[in-house]
Design a protein around this ligand. Structure first.
Ligand code: GDP
Length: 217
């Protein structure tokens, strides 16, 4: 079984067009009460702090500083919404797994994510970002378990693939994909990316375009 998703040229082109618009910040929500009204399809990005989530969102949207990079542990935990002039909204979920995060902070994060995942009909998929060097860690398992319990479709995106050798990458993809096969709400295939080199960015755009087409067919 292939562990990476494949796309046709037409799908790659569809993805390119979907992201060609002018992406901007729409709103931020630090509680479930302050979520913006959902419109169209939402696709969210989750990941351990420093996994490369901001860099990936910036690479996808072709904006240098749309998502703020190098989040600090003290930063308010917010869901951040980005849009362009189409029916897709990107949602940057607060990073998790800060070594220094206290119990109350972790509890607040869990509550916010839990409520968002369960109450958002517009949410089509969550991309869970995993550092290609490190693989799935215990903190990622917590996120994956939340997604499974909420029955939200999700898929792994490996980040920073420029930092590992081709051999290690193949092994990482296989190992991660096989761990995901035990999770019914998880997409079995991965998307392998590097915000630095641009590898996999056209494929991730195409994956989101495919999802949008499926949702509004
Ligand atoms: P976030 O905390 O998940 O939003 O992560 P950032 O996007 O701020 O990235 C964390 C660090 O990883 C920064 O120093 C980035 O420059 C670096 N980084 C992000 N993406 C890549 C990548 O694809 N390749 C490499 N080599 N470094 C990356």
């Amino acid at each position: 079984m292939r562990a990476e998703v494949a796309f046709s040229e037409a799908e790659i082109d569809e993805g390119r067009r979907l992201f060609a618009g002018n992406w901007s910040f729409l709103s931020a929500a630090s509680s479930i009460e302050s979520l913006p009204r959902a419109r169209g399809l939402e696709v969210a990005f989750a990941g351990r702090s420093n996994v490369g989530k901001s860099s990936l969102i910036n690479a996808l949207t072709g904006r240098k500083a749309l998502a703020r990079t190098s989040n600090t542990p003290g930063r308010t935990q917010e869901l951040i919404f980005f849009g362009a002039s189409n029916s897709l909204t990107l949602v940057d979920l607060p990073g998790y797994g800060y070594a220094a995060a206290g119990k109350s902070k972790v509890a607040a994060w869990t509550r916010l994510i839990h409520d968002y995942l369960r109450g958002r009909a517009a949410l089509g998929r969550v991309y869970v970002l995993i550092d290609a060097r490190h693989g799935v860690k215990a903190v990622d398992e917590t996120m994956l378990n939340e997604l499974g319990k909420a029955a939200v479709s999700h898929q792994i995106v490996l980040t920073k693939c420029d930092q590992v050798s081709e051999t290690d990458l193949v092994a990482r993809v296989e190992q991660t994909a096989s761990a995901m096969r035990n999770r019914p709400a998880a997409f079995p295939e991965l998307i392998v990316t590097s915000a630095r080199t641009g590898a996999g960015i056209p494929q991730l755009r195409a994956a989101i375009a495919r999802l949008l087409a499926e949702r509004f067919r």
